[in-house]
Design a binder for this molecule. Structure first.
Ligand code: SF4
Ligand code: SF4
Length: 467
């Protein structure tokens, strides 16, 4: 009798515990007798389990005949995961420049990378498309998507490059998404409108009502960007281009989140086709940030989920996909009628092997956050294309099945092994797990379930648990 190492027990009250299975996604209430027996099994004991419990625990993926059975179940889930995710497009991220016209208070890009004066040249755009075709030819079944990123991709200095990229993307019928601060949208509006058919989405950051946003997202002269950002969102929506508003959350703007939602509603954006609002924690993957208002993901669990509980209608407005651990936990443990998420074998697209980032330095990177730091490049595309297989493999071999630290972790399939770039910067190599806040996020989430359970707001019935 072998209890999966991906099970964890969390007390709800003196008599009841929550049993969570990160392998199968099952969640069950157990009494103290069964709790003690499970802990005994985990320590190698052979308690006298009631037959009904034994059958249920096997059915729900907690108990196996031996460790081999658990590994086989994990491997077969991985194969199913690979089959399902095979249809994801390859993302070709292009940074026309690493520079930016804003100096946001929490920006993760280093001053050295921001200060690089380069802008991609026309011949680099040609070389980028040659590399895109070469990489695509290795994955003939995959669709392709281009993402314009930076620095800030929409600047007066990048206009010619952006025109070149969009024109060619249109000829090849490749979808394009853009991540921008929105400050030069007025200048780019007619260009984007004329390429509307290939524009999948534009992500623009809006961090709060005017005084809050302007205190965070401002130029080097201290002038805020709220007015331009609001105008940019309206221009895109009016042109029929889908807009993802991103809100970067920390202690500075958390308290104004409700007011921001009021503003989105007042402007009539929340009811418009193509409008989405994505919340994201401000993060520090390098581990050296001195930005004081930063909150860990687990510290945001109660305030954000508390707001969604108080105002359930906002669940249709605010999306949590960028809370990488919390969103996965919710989708597994409380999917609210949506399809339950797959176990997580990778943390993000960077270690799934379907993203390549191209910079104005002629180099190819994997993770967008590493772009501009040449020692993390995995190849070159200009003046000649070449991938460096050893460097590339290190990113692409990274999963909870290959990371030594993650083998014994009972939340591995909730976490996915953590941010690869954080592992690189903080542990000195990609083949380390980067736990970050993942264990604390699970604890905070269970603590919130416990409170709701104790207050009678939440009843976990056998039927909930069996879903
Ligand atoms: S590796 Fe980390 S920093 Fe890079 S894209 Fe993934 S989550 Fe972001
Ligand atoms: S990175 Fe840490 S928390 Fe995440 S799966 Fe690996 S050991 Fe577990």
């Amino acid at each position: 009798m072998f209890l999966t190492g991906l099970a964890s027990l969390h007390r709800l009250d003196a008599d009841t515990s929550l049993l969570v299975n990160a392998l199968s996604g099952a969640v069950d209430l157990v009494d103290n007798e069964l709790r003690a027996q499970l802990l005994d099994i985990a320590l190698g004991g052979r308690p006298n389990l009631r037959e009904r419990y034994r059958r249920l625990l096997k059915q729900r993926g907690y108990l196996f005949a031996g460790e081999g059975g658990e590994r086989a179940a994990l491997q077969s889930m991985y194969e199913a995961y690979e089959r399902i995710t095979a249809s994801r497009p390859i993302e070709f991220v292009v940074c026309p420049t690493y520079t930016c016209n804003l100096a946001c208070t929490y920006c993760y890009q280093s001053d050295e990378v921001h200060a690089m004066p380069e802008v991609m040249t026309d011949s680099q755009v040609t070389d980028f498309y040659a590399a895109l075709e070469a990489i695509s030819s290795e994955h003939p079944d995959k669709s392709r998507q281009i993402i314009l990123f930076g620095g800030e991709p929409l600047l007066p200095a990048t206009e010619t490059v952006v025109v070149g990229i969009l024109d060619r993307a249109e000829r090849a019928q490749l979808g394009v998404s853009i991540v921008t601060n929105g400050t030069h949208m007025e200048r780019f509006a007619s260009l984007l409108t004329s390429h509307r058919s290939i524009l999948k989405s534009i992500q623009i950051t809006l961090d709060g009502p005017e005084p809050i946003h302007d205190a965070r997202r401002k130029g080097p002269d201290g002038r805020g960007s709220f007015a331009e950002v609001v105008r940019a969102i309206e221009l895109c929506l009016d042109a029929g281009i889908p807009v993802n508003v991103r809100v970067n959350l920390d202690a500075h703007n958390l308290g104004s989140l409700e007011d921001l939602v009021g503003l989105l509603q007042q402007r009539g954006w929340t009811g418009r086709d193509g409008f989405r609002c994505l919340l994201a924690p401000v993060t520090d993957h390098v581990g050296t940030s001195t930005y004081a208002p930063m909150l860990r993901e687990d510290q945001l669990v109660e305030p954000v989920l508390g707001l969604l509980r108080r105002r359930p209608e906002l669940q249709d407005v605010l999306e949590l996909h960028l809370f990488r651990v919390l969103h996965h936990l919710i989708s597994v443990l409380q999917p609210h009628g949506q399809a339950r998420s797959l176990p997580r074998f990778h943390y993000c697209e960077a270690d799934r092997g379907d993203v390549y980032t191209f910079g104005p330095d002629g180099l190819i990177y994997i993770c967008t956050e590493s772009a501009g730091i040449s020692e993390y490049a995995v190849g070159t595309y200009s003046p000649r294309y070449r991938l460096w297989p050893r460097r590339l493999r290190r990113w692409q071999n990274r999963s909870i099945l290959t990371l030594p630290e993650c083998q014994e972790c009972n939340i591995a399939t909730f976490c996915g092994g953590g941010c690869a770039y954080a592992a690189l910067r903080q542990s000195g190599g990609l083949m380390h797990g980067a736990c970050g806040d993942a264990p604390e996020v699970l604890r905070a989430y269970v603590a919130m379930l416990r409170r709701r359970f104790q207050q009678g707001e939440l009843t976990l019935s056998a039927a909930d648990a069996a879903n």
